[in-house]
Write a protein that binds this ligand. Sequence first.
Ligand SMILES: Cc1cc2nc3c(=O)[nH]c(=O)nc-3n(C[C@H](O)[C@H](O)[C@H](O)COP(=O)(O)O)c2cc1C
Length: 184
Amino acid sequence: MSREILNKIIRNRKTIYPKQFSGEELSKDLINEILENAIHAPTHKMTQPWFFKVYKGESKGELSSLIKKIDQEKFSKVKIDKFIDKINFSDTIISICMNRDKDNKVPEWEEIAAISMAVQNIWLSCYVNNIGSYWSSSPLKDEYGKLEKLDINQRCLGFFFMGSYDHKESSKSRDNLEDKVEWV
Ligand SMILES: Cc1cc2nc3c(=O)[nH]c(=O)nc-3n(C[C@H](O)[C@H](O)[C@H](O)COP(=O)(O)O)c2cc1C
């Protein structure tokens, strides 16, 4: 495997927001292939704490209906409408859920870390497949979890919006490596 290719994928991956998606349909096979990459993330004690609820096609409407049920005393109509716009602009939305094992074998932070690594696998896979994507940790996620009746041991950690996008190479803003590393 070429180092240059891996470096390029990691360094060019970007957050692409739903309004930028170009609208071509993504195949279910491709989404499954990407999710297969997700579940190959590392997991302490093999708890495999990820659970993905996938909304695509008609079920995007179900997600919108659920979000519309959120109490407007808790979240404004503007916030809810903005979220629904994102659903409409996307081909697929993945609700990123944590599924804790009953014995809590490892601390919660380790499970969130494992799920974050799974999401990075998804994100990188999206980049190489010309899919724009972004992780939203929307404050609506807890209300969504209640309305979707997630199990007591499940929690939504956000939504991953996906849609077709022709990635171009462009520079990315990050602090200098020297500011983040101390060679001892
Ligand atoms: C856990 C997590 C939650 C995020 N939640 C949001 C969000 O709610 N809204 C948003 O605009 N971006 C969100 N982002 C995306 C970041 O804003 C984005 O990664 C950052 O600007 C760096 O850009 P890049 O992904 O193109 O490198 C989230 C990213 C992570 C890792």
